[in-house]
Design a protein around this ligand. Structure first.
Ligand code: NI
Length: 391
């Protein structure tokens, strides 16, 4: 019985593979940014239509939700794949390179969309034997961490019992898979800090209140939040990514603005970092006599894998593809799948996408994933859905 399922999934995935690669290349040539995935969603809808799978367009603005009811009653599993591209100029030189200037599928969400369509094709064929319901979320706007919230608001998680997410990982060869125990991706919060002083001539600094010197002191001091307030085994990143202040060499300006991000894996550390930032801002503003306006802009929480779902996913991937899945390290990148994992027990499957002889990185203008990861990922996710629904 088990062997039959493995063979059936492998056969359907093999039959679909040329189509999935064709879809991926079509999406790659026509990348669309967050909440602009109209052409992408239309292609997804067309392919689901060809498979005879019921689906709803316009969920979470440009998202698509497909439903595959099994032959027997049971729980509902959500599988989510994201569809949006990045504002990057492509430099791969591939024949199917981006035709949209300044836009590229550099995070492999074209691969994700094709993979999820592969899952749809495989599970449609297995539907009569399936216990429960599979719901596929083709999500927009992951790169701005906005699409998951929009889909949830439109009811895409209503009645869901568990969920699977996935991401391609070029640091692992295609054919390899990994999951992480506990937090797999980080919380991502942002901050904006306005420092307001008193402008004046650079030659008479004592007649001014200099927000640039205050900003410099603060930028250095913020690193002590990481090194002296958070445990060394607890990941935390504080990055000031932008500083805006001043116009010319001989004027001390009135204002200086800092923009930054904080990444953490645990809620306690996240709260501690925010409190420490506020304290440093208040203390340094006072010491340097500037007024400070600090905005903490909460983003997504850490993405946490449920241990039971993770273990079930690992067993299923092993049963389908053999000894190809290992344990991965947490990443301080962020994922808005976190909002799904926060609501239903979930697991993110990392799908190796590294091509032989290449050293690729996500968000790089030359990224070329190994396309064999698409059909393999579809097999792994489909089998995981079958086994997790069977319980
Ligand atoms: Ni991504």
């Amino acid at each position: 019985m088990r062997n039959d399922i493995a063979a059936a999934i492998a056969a359907t995935a093999a039959r679909l593979e040329p189509l999935l690669i064709d879809i991926r290349r079509d999406l790659h040539a026509h990348p669309e940014l967050a909440f602009e995935e109209h052409r992408t969603a239309a292609r997804v809808s067309a392919e689901l239509g060809k498979l005879g799978i019921a689906h709803q367009n316009g969920v979470g603005r440009t998202g698509v939700v497909a439903t595959i009811p099994g032959g027997r009653p049971g729980p509902t599993i959500v599988i989510r794949g994201d569809m949006d591209a990045l504002p990057i100029e492509e430099r791969t030189g591939l024949p199917f390179a981006s035709q949209a200037p300044g836009r590229m599928h550099a995070c492999g969400h074209d691969v994700h969309t094709a993979t999820l369509l592969g899952v749809a094709g495989v599970l449609r064929d297995l539907a009569p034997e399936l216990r429960g319901t599979v719901r596929l979320l083709f999500q927009p706007a992951e790169e701005i961490l906005g699409g998951a919230a929009a889909m949830i608001e439109d009811g895409a998680l209503d009645g869901a019992d568990l969920a699977l997410g996935f991401h391609n990982h070029p640091d692992m060869p295609a054919g390899q898979f990994a999951t992480v125990r506990g937090a797999t991706y980080a919380a991502c919060d942002r901050f904006r800090l306005g420092l307001h002083g008193v402008s004046g001539h650079a030659a008479y600094p004592h007649t001014t209140v200099d927000p640039i010197v205050a900003a410099a002191a603060l930028i250095s001091a913020l690193q002590s939040v990481v090194s002296r307030e958070v445990g060394p085994l607890d990941p935390c990143v504080v990055t000031v990514g932008a500083i805006h202040g001043g116009t010319v060499h001989n004027i001390i300006p009135d204002n200086c603005e800092l923009l930054g991000t904080v990444r953490t894996l645990r809620p306690e550390v996240r709260a501690r970092a925010e409190a420490a930032l506020r304290r440093h801002v208040a203390g340094i503003a006072s010491a340097y006599r500037v007024e400070a306006a600090f905005d903490w802009l909460p983003g997504v929480p850490p993405t946490r894998n449920d241990e039971a779902v993770r273990a079930g996913t690992m067993r299923a991937v092993g049963a389908q593809l053999g000894d190809v899945a290992g344990e991965g390290e947490p990443s301080l990148g962020a994922e808005d799948f976190a909002l799904i994992a926060e609501r239903v027990p979930s697991c993110v499957l990392r799908i190796g996408s590294g091509a032989p002889g290449r050293d690729d990185h996500l968000h790089n203008s030359g990224y070329q994933p190994d396309e064999t990861c698409i059909a393999l990922g579809a097999q792994a996710l489909a089998r995981a859905a079958v086994e997790l629904l069977a319980g």
